[in-house]
Ligand binder design. Sequence first.
Ligand SMILES: *Cc1c(COP(=O)(O)O)cnc(C)c1O
Length: 378
Amino acid sequence: MTANDMAAGAILQIDLGAIIDNYRMIQRRTAPSEVAAVVKADAYGCGATEVAAALRDAGCRLFFVAHLSEALRLRQDLGDGIAIGVLNGVQPGAEAACAELGAMPVLNSLDQIDRWAALAQASGTMLACMIQFDTGMSRLGLSPGETQALIDQPERLSGLDIRLLMSHLACADEPEQTFNQHQARTFDAFCAQFPNIPRSLDNSGGALLPRAHHYDVVRAGIALYGGAPQAGPNPMRAVVTLEARIIQLRPVAPGDAVGYGLSYRFDRPARLATLSVGYADGWPRALGNRGAAYVAGHRAPIVGRISMDSLTIDVSGIPGDLLLPGSLVELLGPHQSIDDVARDAGTISYEILTQLGRRYARSYLPFPSLHQQKVSQA
Ligand SMILES: *Cc1c(COP(=O)(O)O)cnc(C)c1O
């Protein structure tokens, strides 16, 4: 345990080897599609610098971020050898910066197409980009009307090197949902008007949908980070573990209450442990009087509201030798997944991951480099 670990209220460990295993699993499921890594929002809270470098070493060459600022950081981290798509597109005034970075905007409207083409024509170069069609989610991408306008006026694309046509599924986490097929058919019809350009429809959930093919590129996010891409058993390997420190232990008597608002009152003698993680660390305040922590595998329910810097668990009945000030208790790990916590908090694993706090002592379990793998296979 390092001095940094000792000083922190909780320890977050990110298993880069599990991320790479998950990446390869998606590759096997969707072959021969290329699997792009979605590393927006600091790689879903797992650390874009470390995660993207590991994925690059594992062979990933196409990354997606949401914002240009994220593309900038990724380029600084990984250099020129990778392709970067910017999902939120290119905003007015940011065109030159995006081009200079060699990032590819996902052009989501005719306005974005026109501005990107204008820059290409003004600079006398071809500019790489991706184009997104809205096939029913009504969030980002060209509407059917805009798509028709583009088909009617192909000159609007002059100067553009279109590397990918894409769309996004609204219900990929629901395998039974017929809207997935509806979106795929709409996507096929749009793409047929722009032949011989690689296509991409699937996110993590889409990658697990039974389907004849997964187009040319799969955009994997949550599955890389161990979240369940669909309802039902989760085939992905867990990536994060979070252990919080016990900072105080106390007995309580019948009639005593705990935490802000005295929202939990005891009708029996009990023993409490206070952990040094709170909502400021991204542990959802919705988990007041809901959910649990695990002490050496024993379930200890959360009692009372979550405070900013601490929370309280009921450890009555857990062997006393497991309960010492300073010892560590599992919040995320073998007994409790990000999906378990999300369910208890009424949210999704994506939100649990992207809110993971900045105060944790972070460490990364490395994944064996290609060189080490060759040695161990020999
Ligand atoms: C975030 C995002 C993804 C990744 O989705 P997951 O469900 O995390 O795999 C893929 N495509 C687009 C357009 C996205 O915004």
